[in-house]
Design a binder for this molecule. Sequence first.
Ligand code: AMP
Length: 314
Amino acid sequence: MTETPANYTTAVSFAEKKVVVLKDLESLYNYRFSQAAAWAPIEHLHQEQIKLGFVPTMGALHEGHLELVRRAREKCQKVIVSIFVNPYQFAPHEDFSKYPRTFERDLELLHSVGADAVFYPDEKLVYPNGKDKITAVIPPTPLNDTLEGEFRPTFFRGVATVVLKLFNLVQPHIAFFGQKDYQQWKVIETMVKDLNLPVSIVGVPTVRERDGLAMSSRNAYLDEKARQEATNLYKALSTTKELMEGGKKPLQAADEAAKLLQESQGWQLQYLKVCHAESLEPVTDSYIKPCVIVAAAKLGEVRLIDNLPILDLP
Ligand code: AMP
């Protein structure tokens, strides 16, 4: 694991890499307010005003993250990426301390896709009084409590709180989220709507490995055998879709695909469900579009999530 040198406390160009590293509030604000139009809904900006795109991440970047940056580049004149492994969204038994941290490599990748700046705060900046003393954002039920929320009850509170804080700090016009974390994307969209935040949310389709496995920083935890097995999670989603297209009811289709997954090596399935694409309420009896097939499973100690949106209207 490598870090930026300790004296990189203000806005600097990182060696020749040109991605500006912003580590404190002063450098963030100086950069933010010199580079792009004031925070306002995108439809209220003049065409010539500079729009700021924002991609929040926890680092350990891969092609999935880079695709978000590319999309931001297409739509915005300036792009800031944040890298912050948010302790508030990890439960005590989860992998916060071993989560991969690869800052220098991340910077190189960000440079290669043309990000302008990276906001890289430390924990003290984000949680000056400690994470447990922050004013929290609690997404509404059932979005907060179903699917991921059932297995990670404080996860979306942690995500929504940090994303709201990052939005207030960075003040982006458009923020980009991966559909890979489908429920998270819906939580953020809901927060933005409910709290009238002047930011547009774009959901970017999941980037996959050649064999279908959704890219994820946590794939680095998989050993060779588990890596081969991991592709079966996406296969289970695809099988569910095929069974529904063949006439099976969503509940039956999901149960059948779940059985196939459980029969293969080392899986502990947490859920495999067909849900309404917006509300995430379960769809059981008839194949209604738009819907999304969502799944989470542990493969050994590694927890994987994936989904397959079926968005085309009938
Ligand atoms: P993370 O660093 O895991 O918090 O992810 C940061 C952002 O990248 C989130 O909006 C994720 O949904 C998105 N992301 C992660 N993996 C992928 C992927 N395979 N395809 C598209 N977006 C992704």
